[in-house]
Design a protein around this ligand. Structure first.
Ligand SMILES: [Zn+2]
Length: 626
């Protein structure tokens, strides 16, 4: 390449030092486990934890008692001398980190309140037995985590079966993620002892469950039996294996009808639900459920449930709700639209049913099952119901580490949620403008000195709504609309989902996949959005006509974040034109002269004409005539 002329102009640029926004990210080395393309490598491994659980609920005392066999397969190259087990009910034990700190509920900007305590309820789990091959194992509890010593090191490739017995009182309010309403509705999760993830990056991952951080779980199969009062209807992860024992012939016939129904079939009508709830049925009933390729298992039970069902592409769509839940007649249509939308846009929903239960939980996700409250405003009802189902893709299919990286869980989900809301409310003012609330959130939440990088752990985030949900959604929207274009972005994100379905991706796997599939080095983008709190301030400084056929537009990047620049040129004759300059414009520093070949005199220039970037100072985005 032959270069002349540019030496003088280079001297005018700010010096480019190792503070350049374009320097490479210091990512962990790729390996045969995680390859440099961002895909799982040829030696990728993850542990398997499969569960056979027998549990029974005493509704008089709300005590849940269970035994379980955990089949644990060590696919790692390491011999394991001990295992770590999660016992999350201890979040409400007297000596829990959560109770010792006694922190007030987390108030989100916008009014949402997250209380991760059990609101004063003292409970916790009792482990009555933790054995292998008939031998009780030594165990040490550390709050919500427990280390269990193995009788002999578990060799690579070997498996062990743990025999566990446990019980705990079900809290009325289990940190917003599980709980009950008296003994009329149980929403049960974080309920059985389960293995901590062991991986190639951190080894064991026993980060305590203290509230804001959600879950990081191994995949496996589940075989669960639940014994409850005979009048209770159960909704759960997994497929019912004994339908003739738990459902009446009429109910089974309606379910059959629902398989191909586009509109809800009332499997249990309001009148039937009211009648069921009004009388106590003697005795108990045992439900048998199985699930494959899931990372968790949750369930709900009530004698009061109404039940609507429909079908889409082989997936049974279920909505369970109490007879007086206000807007839930539409919930099944919302659920069906959501499952179809995410399936067609990102990846087919992989399990036989998608079920949501109306109740006290503000919104929580488990494989095949979500807990959602009844909300008066239709748009908000759709959002929460849809959002919890969005989690079937992140993190139920793509099993990211929620306890460290909420942006890969809540954030990715919130991004895809906007597409679903735009689809369901298409053509309405809400549907056409809902995504713009992310820019409003930016104004409210991206406060210098208070804002924290997205990479911050959830339990250390002061503004979880912004850092875990909204900013990642804005980030991916900007990446799609301003950097990669929709087609390239969608292809790369779909490929990320395909590569990491039912696996455990790390941030670097995501970055490498997006770069490899899009063909773009995006380190600068992730640095600005994830690893720093860089702010964007694009500006037009001046404009000068040169000769009769060129105009120089002098641009500057006054913040620390770099992005491509979109310019609207307004000509003297009243016409307008939009031009996009690639991000490489900032390669040499924070000033750039755009040399535009245009015979028409330029009367005005507007940077980011649609106002779609979080530019902190729009006053300098405009030059000349409006
Ligand atoms: Zn969520």
């Amino acid at each position: 390449m032959f270069v002349f002329l540019t030496i003088a102009s280079l001297a005018l640029q700010s010096p480019v030092a190792d503070t350049s926004p374009f320097r490479a990210l210091a990512l962990p080395s790729a390996s045969r486990v995680r390859s440099s393309s961002g895909a799982p490598g040829p030696d990728y491994w993850q542990q398997e934890a499969s569960y056979a659980i027998r549990a029974s609920l005493d509704t008089a005392s709300s005590l849940l008692t269970g035994t379980e066999t955990i089949h644990y397969v060590n696919h790692s190259p390491d011999a394991l001398e001990f295992v770590w087990v999660q016992i999350e009910q201890n979040i409400s034990a007297k000596n829990s980190v959560t109770y010792q700190l006694n922190q007030p509920p987390l108030h989100f900007a916008g009014g949402a309140v997250f209380d991760f305590t059990a609101k004063g309820f003292i409970g916790g789990i009792t482990i009555d037995r933790f054995a292998a091959a008939g031998q009780e194992l030594t165990r040490t509890e550390y709050g919500t985590m427990m280390r269990v010593e193995l009788p002999a090191p578990l060799a690579p490739g070997a498996a062990i079966d743990f025999d566990v017995a446990w019980r705990f009182p079900v809290p009325p309010y289990g940190g917003g993620r599980m709980g009950r309403v008296g003994n009329r509705l149980y929403e049960i999760a974080q309920w059985y002892p389960r293995l901590v993830v062991y991986d190639d990056v951190n080894g064991w991952n026993p980060l305590p469950y203290i509230g804001a951080g959600e879950f990081h779980l191994e995949y496996g199969t589940y075989d669960v039996t639940l014994t409850l009062p005979a009048g209770y209807l159960v909704a759960a992860t997994g497929t019912v294996q004994n339908p003739a024992e738990v459902w009446s012939p009429a109910l089974r016939q309606r379910l059959e009808q629902a398989k191909t129904a586009t509109d809800r079939v009332q499997v249990v009508t309001k009148a039937e639900a009211t009648a069921n709830g009004a009388h106590a049925t003697a005795g108990t009933k045992t439900w048998h459920l199985t699930a494959t390729n899931v990372r968790d298992f949750a369930w709900a039970a009530s004698p009061d449930f109404r039940w609507d069902a429909s079908g889409w592409n082989g997936v049974q769509i279920n909505t369970f709700y109490r007879p007086n839940a206000a807007p839930w007649e539409e919930a099944n249509r919302m659920a069906r639209f959501t499952i179809q939308h995410f399936s067609e846009t990102w990846r087919q929903y992989p399990w036989p049913h998608a079920t949501t239960v109306e109740g006290l939980i503000e919104g929580m996700e488990y494989p095949m099952l979500t807990f959602v409250p009844s909300i008066a405003k239709r748009e908000d009802q759709f959002w929460v119901l849809m959002h919890e189902f969005g989690h079937q893709w992140f993190p139920m299919i793509v099993g990211s580490d929620e306890r460290r990286y909420p942006w890969m869980d809540e954030g990715f989900n919130t991004f895809i949620d906007y597409g679903a809301a735009e689809g369901y409310f298409k053509g309405t003012a809400y549907g056409d403008t809902v995504r713009r609330e992310l820019l409003t959130a930016f104004q409210v939440s991206a406060i210098p000195g208070n804002e924290q990088p997205l990479i911050t752990k959830p339990v250390e985030q002061r503004d979880l709504l912004w850092g875990a949900y909204q900013k990642p959604a804005l980030m991916l929207t900007v990446l799609r609309d301003h950097v990669l274009g929709r087609e390239t972005f969608d292809r790369a994100l779909r490929e990320y989902i395909r590569r990491w379905e039912f696996k455990h991706p790390q941030p670097a796997d995501f970055f490498r996949t997006m770069a490899n599939v899009s063909g773009r080095d995006l380190d600068w983008f992730w640095r600005g959005w994830i690893y720093t709190t860089a702010r964007l301030d694009q500006a037009v400084d001046s404009v000068r006509a040169v000769g009769g056929d060129s105009t120089y537009v002098y641009l500057s990047n006054r913040g620390q974040m770099v992005l491509p620049v979109r310019l609207e040129l307004r000509y003297a004759d009243g016409s307008r034109e939009t031009r996009q300059l690639p991000v490489e414009m900032w390669n040499l520093g924070d000033r750039f002269t755009a040399r535009l070949a245009t015979p028409k005199p330029v009367a005005g220039v507007l940077v980011d004409p649609m106002g779609s970037l979080p530019d902190v100072n729009r006053a300098n985005n405009r030059w000349g005539r409006r």
